[in-house]
Design a protein around this ligand. Structure first.
Ligand code: HEM
Length: 418
């Protein structure tokens, strides 16, 4: 007699989840799309329509203090308060505070301003490939790790250069940023948590010193713009500025590296799509949207329900009660057959509605850096197509253990560099 089927459960610790969470998401969408998770002491929401609704719903708060207290929320509030940074990052605030901060820091990230950064980004990417050519040689097939040697260092280098951070400090920033990205995961032991808090403090102290040097000057860089940010008579306090800077680093680095790494890995699984892109670069813009949809880095966005939220599900009506913590999954929503149809699990770089993906979130917190992320990804993919000839997978891709920001820690490739 076969054992009765287990109910669908969200379990990021299950074997295989880190490599490929999409099978678990599919089951949750089919059986329990608004799922109560004991592990997360909250709700996991996986269908496109529901995730989209939660992200846009004014009754979804980003402020953890609105949650009914649990061990996890208490611990998070305590960590935030002990860190003396007060959680004043715009990601963790509701309007009107959120809107005020967003307006103050938005200018450098508008499409026009970001387009002005194209040559800086192209130059940075060119220098990195030149360095790879110098190290590995050109013209004959070589093997290298596309994450460690290309996708991972570049976004943080680009951001450091935008902020005017000295070249020799870029590597330590990469390390710090990785620590902070890991600290976003809700599940980890206390020793690791303490270690990550210590690293965050180091980065904070470094940036604080740099900000002080910019205060009395009028340099033409983005950090100076942020230090002097003023809009309708409003200014950023020192604590607010520091919180936004830390956020920009974390928000900007790991997901952008993830987009390029996950995206290239996906193209290796769909070589016809890679060949199409190699033959016609005008497809790149839409390809970036499709790669974000197919296996983008952002797996969960967290909200607190300010009022009861009712959902119709295959198992009957479900109500998420006011005060509950909700993990809405763009990663799952972007693979929902009800939204994308029967080709949902294929990469199709000509998909006409690829731009409807939820990787950049939606509503008031929609990603501030989406233009910058897309531009960086386009320049990095162009460099891969132009300068990594006959690129192919050279060994197994290794996923990092993060649950919220999904990305590779290794992607061995073989190519002839030029
Ligand atoms: C592929 C790359 C990226 C992805 C997938 C991504 C994804 C997201 C998502 C899903 C949110 C919404 C979070 C929420 O609703 O709680 C968000 C917000 C944000 N992102 Fe990005 N992001 C990326 C790159 C960047 C870059 C390059 C920057 C800037 C340097 C950036 C800055 C921000 C900021 C400041 C917010 C907060 C906006 C707010 O709360 O109003 N992101 N991002």
């Amino acid at each position: 007699m076969s054992a009765p089927a287990q109910p669908a459960v969200f379990n990021p610790l299950e074997d295989g989840f880190i490599d490929w969470p999409y099978d678990q998401y599919r089951r949750l969408r089919a059986e329990d799309p608004v799922h109560r998770s004991d592990l997360l002491q909250g709700w996991v929401v996986t269908r496109y329509a529901d995730v989209s609704r939660i992200l846009r719903d004014p009754a979804s708060s980003a402020v953890i203090d609105n949650a009914v207290p649990t061990d996890m929320t208490r611990a998070e509030i305590q960590r935030r308060d002990e860190a003396a940074r007060g959680g004043r990052t715009l990601v963790l605030l509701d309007d009107p505070d959120h809107a005020r901060l967003r307006k103050l820091i938005a200018k450098p990230f508008r499409p026009r301003e970001v387009d002005g950064l194209r040559s800086l980004i192209e130059e940075r990417v060119r220098l990195r490939v030149d360095a790879l050519v110098a190290e590995h040689g050109a013209g004959t097939p070589v093997e290298l790790d596309l994450i460690a040697e290309f996708a991972y260092p570049l976004p943080v280098e680009i951001f450091c250069q935008m902020l005017g951070i000295p070249e020799e400090d870029h590597p330590i920033f990469r390390f710090w940023v990785n620590c902070i990205a890991r600290s976003l995961d809700p599940v980890m032991d206390q020793a690791e948590r303490d270690e990550l808090v210590a690293r965050t403090d180091e980065m904070y102290a470094f940036l604080e010193e740099l900000v002080e040097t910019k205060r009395g000057r009028n340099d033409a860089d983005i950090l100076s713009d942020l230090v002097h940010a003023e809009e309708d008579g409003e200014t950023l306090t020192h604590e607010e500025l520091m919180a936004q800077l830390m956020t920009l680093y974390v928000a900007g680095h790991e997901p952008t590296a993830g987009l390029v790494g996950n995206g290239l890995r996906a193209l290796f699984d769909f070589p016809d799509q890679l060949a199409m892109l190699q033959a016609d670069r005008s497809l790149l813009r839409n390809a970036v949207s499709e790669l974000l949809r197919y296996d983008g880095p952002n797996q969960f966005v967290r909200r607190i329900a300010l009022a009861d939220m009712a959902f119709d599900t295959p198992a009957g009506p479900v109500t998420v009660p006011a005060g509950a913590v909700v993990y809405a999954s763009p990663g799952s929503a972007n693979r929902d057959e009800a939204q994308w149809g029967p080709t949902v699990d294929q990469v199709d770089i000509t998909r006409t509605d690829a731009g409807s993906h939820l990787q950049f979130g939606a509503g008031i917190h929609a990603c501030l850096g989406s233009h910058l992320a897309r531009l960086q990804a386009e320049v990095m993919f162009t460099a891969i197509l132009d300068r990594f000839e006959e690129i192919e997978l050279a060994g197994p891709a290794v996923w990092s253990t993060r649950m919220v920001i999904r990305g590779l820690s290794e992607l061995p490739v073989r190519a002839r560099l030029r």
